[in-house]
Design a protein around this ligand. Structure first.
Ligand code: TTP
Ligand code: MG
Ligand code: MG
Length: 446
């Protein structure tokens, strides 16, 4: 118990990056739970509907204009200017726009050409995924300081079940605030936080006051919060279902909640009850702690279709380098390599091959990818390629006792070379020098 108290007093200890940190944290939780009765009552608000002792305490965190915010962080001159991140070629789409650019109507998934017409004065930036992943890892390390039950939804977003951490950190709103403050302190970026007793409400709550928001939907406030929202905010009501509800005069979640089930049945069928439960703010899904990646891949759509073998191989090599670097960063190895090719006529093929031992070496994975590509190309010598991608599956821990343990594919020279390149990369980001070396290596391969 002495150890537990020490941990509570000194929060920094919880985040200390030692390999055993996770286990210490779980121990700490178990002891606290023995000392304190279950929470639940603490999320009851005076004069409002009580929540059963089993109620969950869920926090949803989502970073504000994530990719654009990282670009502004790394280049402070961009601050206060409209910034749009996305593909800059003729087929590019907007990944995200900061809030200064959203004023002009620019949003995610919009064709870049349209964004340029709406906001020609914006700064246009290509995504730097490895940098966003780096920041994402920092954000997730903050989450894990508050609870081990973290379900990542994307690089910038996660659910946290903090039911067992309430006493430890001083209540729900307090945790929400601390999560925001810790993220700001560690990354310099703002996050929006939603708090509620289930996932559905917490996610809507984080979106309700973006950017830099903190919204707590108390059990007694659910109808006031949900009722005015358009039905399209309910998961599963999209472009096809919403017009059918409009035809019935149902525009808001409140109207859907109050509507007689028999009127809704022609639209929702067996799922009528499900949607009315959601409209009442009911959702009993648990936060599922994220599992490690099952696969890692990269792909690119070319601005103009490409038929040149050497250029296609160069792209595969770049992708093999990125994929293998991500494997090494997570101390994983892969047993299977997959190559995906889409031709100019939108016909897509995927080819995969398992290796006799696992690997995370750039050279080994590239060789496999190249062999798969060449076997496709034998029959498609002049076919222009629109998209090419490579990925790996069958992942296992580098130190595990599966195929990886008997790894003989990667020579020690390859491993040291990868290590050196990884270090250069960590220092300088996706530095051209790495790609240059890689391409030279690819020439030597021929
Ligand atoms: P979101 O969290 O949906 O959006 P956002 O963080 O940019 O803005 P906000 O949450 O404040 O509304 O997505 C996170 C990142 O994912 C986003 O910065 C870029 C990327 N993304 C895409 O690449 N394509 C998309 O269509 C969307 C929605 C997001
Ligand atoms: Mg976001
Ligand atoms: Mg998000």
């Amino acid at each position: 118990m002495v150890q537990v108290q020490a941990l509570i007093k000194d929060r920094e200890l919880l985040s200390y990056p030692c390999p055993d940190g996770f286990r210490i944290f779980l121990c700490c939780h178990a002891d606290i739970m023995k000392l304190n009765p279950p929470v639940g009552k603490s999320i009851m608000n005076a004069g409002q509907k009580p929540v059963e002792a089993t109620a969950r305490a869920i926090i949803h965190v989502d970073m504000d204009a994530f990719y654009a915010a990282v670009e502004c962080l790394d280049n402070p001159e961009l601050k206060d200017q409209p910034v749009i991140v996305g593909g800059l070629g003729p087929r590019g789409v907007v990944a995200t726009a900061n809030y200064a650019a959203r004023v002009f109507g620019v949003h995610s998934a919009m064709p870049m050409g349209r964004a340029r017409r709406l906001c020609p004065q914006a700064q246009y930036i290509r995504p730097r995924m490895s940098r966003y992943r780096e920041i994402s890892a920092l954000i997730f390390s903050v989450f894990r300081n508050f609870t081990p039950t973290v379900e990542g939804l994307s690089l910038d977003e996660a659910f946290l079940d903090v039911t067992s951490s309430l006493k430890l950190f001083g209540g729900l709103e307090e945790i929400g605030l601390q999560v925001k403050q810790e993220i700001l302190r560690k990354t310099g970026l703002t996050a929006s936080v939603g708090i509620a007793h289930n996932k559905f409400l917490a996610k809507l709550a984080s979106d309700a006051q973006k950017p830099d928001g903190l919204v707590y939907v108390r059990p007694g406030e659910v109808h006031r919060f949900l009722d005015p929202m358009p039905v399209s905010r309910l998961w599963g009501i999209g472009k096809r279902t919403a017009p059918k509800l409009t035809a019935l005069g149902i525009l808001t979640i409140g109207q859907l909640r109050r509507c007689d089930a028999s009127i809704l049945r022609p639209v929702f069928g067996k799922r009528t009850e499900h949607f009315q439960n959601l409209a009442r703010g009911e959702d009993d899904r648990e936060v599922q702690p994220s599992r490690p990646d099952k696969s890692i891949s990269h792909e690119v759509t070319f601005d103009t279709d490409l038929a040149d073998r050497r250029e296609l191989l160069a792209e595969l090599l770049r992708q093999s380098e990125k994929v293998s670097r991500r494997l090494r960063a997570q101390e994983l190895m892969a047993s299977t390599v997959v190559v995906k090719i889409r031709d100019a006529g939108f016909h897509t093929v995927t080819r995969s091959r398992s290796m006799r031992a696992c690997s995370n070496s750039t050279r080994t994975l590239y060789r496999m990818a190249r062999a798969l590509f060449e076997s496709w190309r034998e029959k498609h010598k002049t076919t222009p390629v629109r998209l090419i991608g490579m990925g790996v599956t069958g992942l296992e821990q580098e130190s595990g006792d599966g195929k990886a343990a008997g790894d003989r594919l990667d020579s020690s020279t390859e491993k040291s070379l990868d290590k050196v390149l990884d270090r250069i990369n960590q220092r300088y980001g996706d530095a051209k020098i790495v790609h240059g070396l890689a391409l030279r290596r690819s020439k030597e391969d021929h």
